[in-house]
Design a binder for this molecule. Structure first.
Ligand code: FEO
Ligand code: CA
Ligand code: CA
Length: 613
């Protein structure tokens, strides 16, 4: 079926497909320049396929709807149900964590893939649906959407270079927005602003949603982020004491789901405290299929993008997290206790006790971490904070009162385990007028990457718990050839090497950064994955490694411990204006009539089995 573009933006994207004949650069280009990377770059164009360099394979490993057990129904797009979805891989895969099996090993052929399922493109996923929001959508459809959100844990194995799911693994598990019981822990647990009709304790909540990126803890659990929670709460603000708090979290703006019609806890008027039970970081132990996920309130409530882990020199645990909205902030949590590397159970509640800080970036390229502690500075009753729970529930307001720097949409913030520099993706902010040193471009449409440098970084002994860092730019994204773009890369950047809208990071064994993007489609190019040296003469010489199919962004890059396999999420293929279930812009990856486009985890390997480089 031919997709007919309905808007100028679609036409632009389709026109760009023509450019994909030159999708692959010549080998001569691949060898040029001082980069230590050796793969041949892929091109910037968009077509219906994904692209990786010659000498590599890209295996579609897990698709939305794939059954996770032998008693799970096959994916039937025309006859979906919440009951089936609860036993199938969720939608819109994002964060991927590879956790080796057995626990504590360094296995690279066997492990658990822990994958976030962030969202549902209902108009692409459900038959007959043609628009993002429709209050009349049925209860069955609402509950399919709820069951498709959350997280999927899947045992995977590699045999002779091919990966597969272990379909009847005891570890395979779906965690959903529909029915997974979770606990709230930490300083805000039991707070009266977390109590609802269904949960007078303020400590038990059903479900997680808008799970974007995440992180792997040093003790082998995953921490998954609750990001754009405002899409899920309907009804009106009705003058309750929570209205200003809900406005600060963008509630009532861009509501995409009518769940509140059938599950009144999502109705702002009826349950003004329910939104306060979302916007946290959720810890899951994938090695214990019966474990109850826990929302760790000590890490604050905002639109968490992900979680970047490091250990302080004394063994305290540091977690970095960005708040992904224009003019929001960058945070880090420092635990009170130290990590216990020999007794895993001793780390179970370590994230419940510690200090949350927010970043202030100064013109002299220093970064000061400001504590969000009740009673300190402006965080007092005079400003409406009665306890630490209030500070954590309204972390955004507390951060602004402390004088934190409003940033250009903080996405992932992840320490480079080799160099100790903390990479921060600022994806874009077209609303910026007043610039500052850390956000130096007005109308920042392409975004940028900063490196945050803890003291001790130069000596190879970074102190991630310190309260004063330095920082420096890594890349100012955008087309370096465009006049006045302000883009900055290594001087040898190729026509395929530049990018827009950085989002997620991972690092290889040499400390090189592999970064994914979300937004290139707005500029007629494919989102995907780029890699770059971070030190030496090839620093900031980014090179394009993976091109996404039409309409998709790339998320969740993650290596096996031996670096021979790279998992990544192709999220929302086919998402362009006018594309629907019945008339999708692409049917990637199945290309089968009646089957809609399906977000999928793809694993990329070299044909010779060696580590990617
Ligand atoms: Fe879900 Fe900030 O990307
Ligand atoms: Ca993201
Ligand atoms: Ca994003």
């Amino acid at each position: 079926m031919t997709y007919v573009p309905t808007t100028r933006r679609d036409a632009l994207q389709i026109a760009a497909v023509g450019a994909t004949a030159a999708m692959t650069a010549t080998p001569a280009q691949a060898k040029a320049g001082p980069s230590t990377l050796t793969f041949t770059e892929v091109g910037q164009g968009i077509d219906e396929m994904h692209h990786v360099p010659p000498g590599h394979t890209a295996q579609v490993l897990l698709r939305w709807g794939d059954p996770l057990s032998t008693d799970a129904p096959a994916f039937t797009p025309s006859a979906q149900s919440a009951a089936a979805q609860k036993k199938q891989f969720g939608t819109d895969c994002d964060f991927i964590g590879f956790l080796p099996l057995p626990l504590g090993s360094n296995a690279s052929d066997h492990g658990l893939l822990c994958v976030n399922n962030e969202f549902v493109q209902s108009e692409l996923a459900l038959p007959g649906v043609t628009q993002k929001y429709d209050e009349a959508r049925s209860k069955d459809f609402a509950e399919i959407e709820m069951a498709a959100h959350g997280h999927s844990i899947v045992e995977v194995k590699r045999v002779d270079g091919t990966w597969s799911m272990v379909r009847d693994s005891r570890y395979n598990r779906r965690i959903t927005a529909l029915d997974t019981v979770m606990t709230l822990s930490g300083p805000a647990a039991g707070h009266k602003r977390l109590m609802t009709r269904d949960d007078p304790t303020g400590r038990a909540v059903i479900g997680t949603l808008a799970n974007c990126a995440g992180g792997i803890t040093p003790w082998g659990t995953v921490l998954i982020a609750e990001e754009n929670i405002n899409h899920y709460f309907g009804g009106r603000l009705n003058g309750s004491a929570e209205d200003a708090n809900h406005r600060a979290m963008d509630m009532t703006n861009e509501v995409y789901f009518n769940w509140f019609k059938y599950h009144p806890r999502f109705d702002l008027e009826r349950e003004p405290h329910e939104p306060n039970r979302f916007g946290w970081m959720v810890e899951i132990d994938p090695y214990d299929p019966a474990s109850i996920p826990t929302k760790r309130t000590a890490l604050g409530r905002f639109k968490h993008e992900g979680a970047g882990f490091a250990l302080a020199p004394d063994g305290r645990v540091v977690v970095y997290s960005g708040d992904d909205e224009v003019f929001q902030h960058v945070y880090k949590f420092v635990s009170t206790r130290t990590w216990n590397p020999t007794e895993r159970a001793k780390n179970r509640d370590i994230l419940d006790d510690g200090t949350l800080y927010v970043g202030r970036f100064d013109e002299n390229r220093t970064l000061t971490w400001l504590p969000l502690v009740f009673g300190q500075g402006p965080l007092t009753q005079a400003n409406g904070f009665n306890d630490q729970g209030d500070v954590l529930i309204e972390a955004r307001r507390a951060a602004k009162l402390l004088g934190a720097t409003p940033m250009d949409r903080p996405e992932e913030i992840v320490p480079n385990p080799v160099t100790g520099a903390v990479f921060l993706a600022l994806t874009k902010n077209s609303k910026r007028k007043d610039t500052d040193a850390a956000n130096p471009r007005a109308v920042n449409r392409h975004g940028h990457i900063l490196e945050l440098l803890p003291p001790g970084f130069e000596q190879g002994a970074p102190d991630h718990a310190a309260l004063r860092f330095a920082w420096r730019p890594f890349i100012m994204a955008g087309d370096p050839q465009a006049p006045d773009s302000g883009a900055q890369y290594h001087a040898d950047i190729s026509a395929n090497g530049w990018f827009s809208n950085p989002d997620n990071f991972t690092f290889d064994a040499q400390g090189r950064v592999w970064l994914s993007t979300d937004g290139a489609g707005d500029f007629g190019r494919s989102d995907g994955l780029w890699a770059a040296d971070v030190t030496g003469s090839g620093r900031a010489l980014s090179r394009k490694f993976f091109a996404c199919p039409l309409g998709a962004e790339m998320t969740g890059p993650c290596f096996t411990p031996d670096g021979t396999a790279l998992f990544c999420s192709v999220q929302h293929p086919g998402e362009v204006d006018g594309s629907t279930f019945d008339r999708p812009a692409t049917r990637w990856p199945d290309f089968q009539e009646g089957v809609p486009p399906r977000s999928s985890v793809v694993v990329v390997q070299r044909t010779d089995g060696k580590p990617l480089t």
